[in-house]
Design a protein around this ligand. Structure first.
Ligand code: 2NL
Length: 348
């Protein structure tokens, strides 16, 4: 064998190994492979051109070897192309497979205040209460005076208020009673409403107080509405909200807009009444204030207090939520920390 044939045979073996091992890392590598071996100035063109220097008796065998090498290179080029097309996201890749299951979409969670507000609303809707809403910026009359809290009356001290500096008659409502006053003024009786909404008080922010919170107030006015109706309605609410084993108790209290007034406690959800840190060893926790609507209020709104009586109550949604979900710090509700909010995924 001539030395040219020896050299070229070795060289062809090396090319064969290189071609057989080829796996493209991307489009550019595949194209470089094509140019190097199969291009118009590529290695195979050059080898075929070398045929004429081969002795005529060896030409046929040499031709067969070259054809084999060319076939291998073409095969590897096609394999490489297929391999790239199977890879998603590569340029020139196959279209997305729309039959694959979708990436799961992350759902947010409802805010616990919103969850509990909905729950309270649906409990009262079941027994015929409807929802009333009103403005968050109120005039003095609807927030205070109509509710038996005249100007300079010490009862106003119970609710440290944000006043609108440019309009001294306007305040950020300190309770949603103002909405109930508006409904009473419309004069359509009987009235059976609940008023959920945001209220504002000028408190120093702590784990137990904030400058805004959420309230649900309720009002029922008709002929012959009694304190027994009040007790039974609120007992029903507690059973629905906290479970059938919950007990309630009423303690005398004072509010300027009700007479008589009471505060309602429920048996402690944590210890069941035995005494623990949540109920401060008393077995009871306070959840709302209530009472019979003061006759002066009815008169203020043009309702005949000799014919009609009513009961009213007010609760803080934050307080109910803290009890229901054992949340210890009121500030968590307005910090929007997703680690807190995520815990309510799937809660209803
Ligand atoms: C509390 C106590 C209360 C009322 C709210 C009310 C409204 C009208 C007439 C009479 Cl229009 N009363 N609301 C009555 C008693 C208590 O709320 O601690 N709320 C967070």
């Amino acid at each position: 064998m001539s030395s040219y044939m020896e050299d070229i045979t070795q060289q062809i073996a090396a090319y064969k190994t290189e071609i057989a091992a080829f796996r493209p890392s991307g489009e550019a590598a595949l194209e470089a492979f094509r140019v190097r071996f199969l291009g118009s100035k590529g290695i195979l063109k050059e080898l075929f051109a070398g045929m004429k220097t081969v002795a005529p008796e060896q030409r046929k065998d040499f031709g067969l070897v070259l054809n084999e090498l060319k076939q291998l290179a073409e095969e590897q080029y096609h394999n490489g192309r297929e391999q790239l097309q199977d890879r998603p996201g590569e340029s020139g890749g196959r279209e997305a497979d729309h039959t694959l299951p979708a990436e799961p979409q992350r759902l947010g969670a409802r805010h616990p205040i919103s969850l509990v507000r909905s729950r309270i609303i649906s409990i009262f809707e079941k027994i015929g209460f409807s929802i009333a809403e009103g403005p968050e910026i109120e005039d003095d009359w609807h927030n205070f005076s109509a509710l038996n809290m005249p100007e300079n009356h010490p009862a106003r001290d119970m609710q440290d208020t944000f006043y609108v500096a440019k309009a001294p008659d306007w305040v950020l409502r300190t309770h949603t009673s103002s909405v109930q006053v508006r409904v009473m003024e419309q004069g359509k009786l009987p009235i059976r409403i609940i008023c959920p909404g945001r209220v504002f008080r000028n408190e120093t922010i702590s784990a137990r107080a904030h400058c805004f919170f959420h309230q649900v107030e309720g009002l029922y006015i008709d002929e012959n509405v009694s304190f027994a109706d009040l007790k039974q309605t609120l007992y029903y609410f507690v059973q629905e909200m906290f479970g059938e084993e919950s007990r309630v108790r009423f303690r005398p209290s004072y509010f300027p807009f009700t007479e008589p007034s009471a505060e309602m406690d429920i048996s402690c959800l944590i210890c069941g009444g035995k005494g623990c840190s949540v109920c401060k060893q008393t077995g009871w926790v306070e959840i709302l204030g209530c009472g019979m609507v003061h006759p002066r209020l009815l008169e203020n709104c043009g309702i005949d207090s000799r014919r009609y009586t009513g009961f009213a109550f007010g609760m803080g949604i934050e307080r109910i939520t803290m009890l229901k979900y054992q949340i210890r710090d009121l500030r968590l509700f307005s910090e929007n920390d997703v680690r807190f909010l995520k815990q309510f995924e799937g809660a209803v």
